[in-house]
Design a protein around this ligand. Structure first.
Ligand SMILES: Cc1cc2nc3c(=O)[nH]c(=O)nc-3n(C[C@H](O)[C@H](O)[C@H](O)COP(=O)(O)OP(=O)(O)OC[C@H]3O[C@@H](n4cnc5c(N)ncnc54)[C@H](O)[C@@H]3O)c2cc1C
Length: 573
């Protein structure tokens, strides 16, 4: 069973204590029940009950304190494999609960990545007391442009500073024990991260800028006193820890999408199965089966890809930075796939998706947030495009990465180093994975990849087109979609090689059915770009291929994978 089912949650990849923490979390939500969950959502109730539970069970303390500050407790460590499960479970119940965890992760990033040991020890103690954290990076006027940060830290001349300015869109900044705040020093112009405290004089909580259960704050600092004890990092280190924190955090957005889609999937399938129109179950309509099989295949792929990407996160090092491609893909590709899954399911359940007592109603709202947070899809795609040349034409040699789920701390995530040099990062040859499969749809997909490589070679050998297209972000974003799709399929196959019991040949083939269709769609987009050349257009047309149909396989996927889930899960009332 690939998809999370809270009723039969039995994670093979977690140690007993971690699995128990997850089970307790599931039990908390099931005891709360769907009626109360929806009421709290509707009435925008601050989730104090969840935070009390988290504090009592020391969940954030155990999951978010690196081993070095765990006072010898092996259950306390930063372990991406189990953090993925926690993200998936919390979002499965509602994105708000995931969000308070997520922004705590972000808030902790600059603390654990900094050099202020006293702040780290204090933070470990605050986590034990049930503290939550916040990440004050964004400002109202600047969005992705961090260079324009306006919040300032000015020296007073006695070794202390005063902070002035405001931050916008900062989750948890109402209740956080500490708010990691990004600023500019007025004397040197350097960037700096310091820890603000919502209870300190001069910290003004201006408003919640959103209209949901979460508190996404605007806060303003008025001559706030900052001392050495509060400084987390300065200069290049502060800049790097801003971006490296986002590297860690954005991974969880994909897991949130997986959690949301899984709950929505169970609800939609159950509804469709039990609805009878013209004397037939809705699930008997061929187009409804197609929508549900597509939704299932896309969701399974999201999860297998994200799980495999976690292996690369956990084995990353200064010499192996492949995670910098796979991680933005979990953020960008998995979350946009999540939107597609909800769209497909919504077409099946139509009016039901609006009803106030469904999970689906909040899924349709929340699934949209994930591609937009922590850098938009464009920002992440602009990052991914930098890897194109080395990914396709200059592979490196790396040891094979196994499935990484042992109980250990992920030290490197807090020592990622400088954030530059992305164009120099190498990857292992993606063809190694594809060479392992020769089923009909994968074979067509490999042909599409071959034509795309010809497209890239033709593009660089036409200097006038290159000059034009390198400045055309719109064109580059479509190119990036194809690279992303190739790497998406690659890690899926790698996952399958490591977990053969989870993905049958049939399922892999059905997945590559939508992958071939998506490839053709992106080829058409590239074809249609204003700057595409006649040669590029010709190659785009050759990239558009049709997945070989196999009605028997489709039927088996329906009978053996999708349909049996119609009664698999329903949340306690
Ligand atoms: C509910 C919510 C919670 C949030 N929580 C936090 C939080 O806790 N802490 C925090 O610091 N922030 C937080 N944010 C801010 C969030 O991370 C940003 O809003 C998000 O990254 C998008 O930025 P923006 O809307 O300002 O877009 P902008 O940066 O204004 O972008 C505008 C447009 O330009 C494009 N663009 C910008 N730069 C590039 C580029 N380099 N390449 C290509 N295209 C580009 C974008 O894709 C977009 O289309 C939160 C936001 C929301 C809505």
């Amino acid at each position: 069973m690939i998809l999370l089912n809270p009723k039969s949650y039995a994670p093979k990849h977690l140690d007993a204590e971690s699995a128990e923490l997850m089970r307790k979390t599931i039990a908390f939500f099931e005891a709360k029940g769907k009626v109360r969950l929806k009421k709290d959502d509707r009435e925008r109730v601050w989730y104090a009950d969840f935070l009390e539970f988290v504090a009592k069970e020391r969940i954030f303390s155990k999951l978010l304190t690196p081993s070095q500050y765990a006072e010898g407790d092996p259950a306390t460590r930063w372990d991406t494999a189990r953090n993925c499960d926690f993200s998936e479970i919390t979002a499965f119940y509602a994105l708000h609960y995931w969000y308070t965890w997520q922004v705590s992760i972000l808030g902790l990033g600059p603390i654990w990545m900094g050099t202020n040991e006293a702040a780290k020890t204090k933070t470990a103690a605050l986590l034990k007391e049930g503290g939550i954290f916040a990440f004050g990076l964004s400002e109202r006027a600047h969005g992705a442009d961090l260079y324009s940060t306006e919040l300032t830290l000015a020296p007073k001349g006695d070794g202390t500073w005063v902070a002035n300015g405001s931050k916008y869109y900062i989750g948890n900044a109402n209740e956080a024990a500490l708010v990691s705040t990004f600023a500019k020093k007025t004397d040197t112009g350097e960037f700096v991260f310091f820890a603000a405290n919502p209870k300190q004089p001069g910290y003004e909580l201006v408003q919640n800028v959103v209209n949901v259960q979460s508190y996404v704050a605007e806060y303003r600092l008025h001559d706030c006193r900052v001392t050495d004890e509060d400084i987390l990092s300065t200069g290049q280190d502060a800049w790097d820890s801003a971006l490296n924190t986002v590297n860690v955090g954005k991974f969880n957005l994909g897991w949130a999408s997986i959690g949301i889609c899984t709950h929505a999937f169970y609800e939609a399938l159950k509804h469709a199965e039990n609805r009878v129109l013209y004397g037939k179950h809705v699930t008997e309509f061929p187009h409804v089966r197609q929508l549900l099989v597509d939704a299932y295949c896309r969701l399974v792929t999201m999860k297998c890809f994200a799980r495999r990407a976690s292996d690369y996160m956990r084995t990353a090092s200064a010499e192996d930075r492949r995670y910098l491609l796979f991680n933005p893909m979990v953020k960008m590709k998995v979350t946009t796939q999540g939107e597609q899954v909800i769209d497909l399911l919504w077409d099946v359940i139509a009016a039901k998706g609006f009803e106030k007592d469904t999970y689906f109603e909040i899924a349709t709202r929340d699934i949209r947030a994930l591609p937009k947070l922590e850098g938009t899809v464009h920002v992440n795609m602009a990052l991914i495009v930098k890897f194109m040349k080395n990914y396709f034409f200059n592979p490196g040699t790396f040891p094979e990465i196994p499935s990484v789920h042992e109980a250990r701390n992920d030290d490197f995530l807090f020592h990622q180093g400088e954030t530059k040099g992305l164009g120099k990062i190498q990857f292992h040859d993606f063809q190694l994975a594809y060479a392992k499969v020769s089923t009909p749809n994968v074979t067509v997909f490999k042909k599409q990849i071959d034509v795309f490589k010809q497209f890239l070679i033709a593009s660089v050998s036409d200097p006038s087109a290159t000059a034009l297209q390198q400045k055309d972000i719109d064109f580059l974003l479509s190119l990036g979609e194809v690279l992303t799709l190739v790497a998406y399929g690659q890690l899926l196959i790698e996952y399958r090689e490591l977990h053969r019991d989870e993905l049958s040949d049939d399922l892999l083939e059905q997945i590559f059915d939508f992958m071939v269709r998506d490839f053709s769609k992106f080829a058409l987009q590239l074809f249609s770009k204003p700057t595409s050349t006649p040669r590029q257009m010709e190659l785009c047309q050759r990239m558009m291929m049709k997945p070989p149909a196999d009605p028997g396989r489709f039927q088996r996927i329906w009978d053996e994978h999708v349909h049996p889930l119609c009664d698999a899960y329903e949340m306690s009332p």
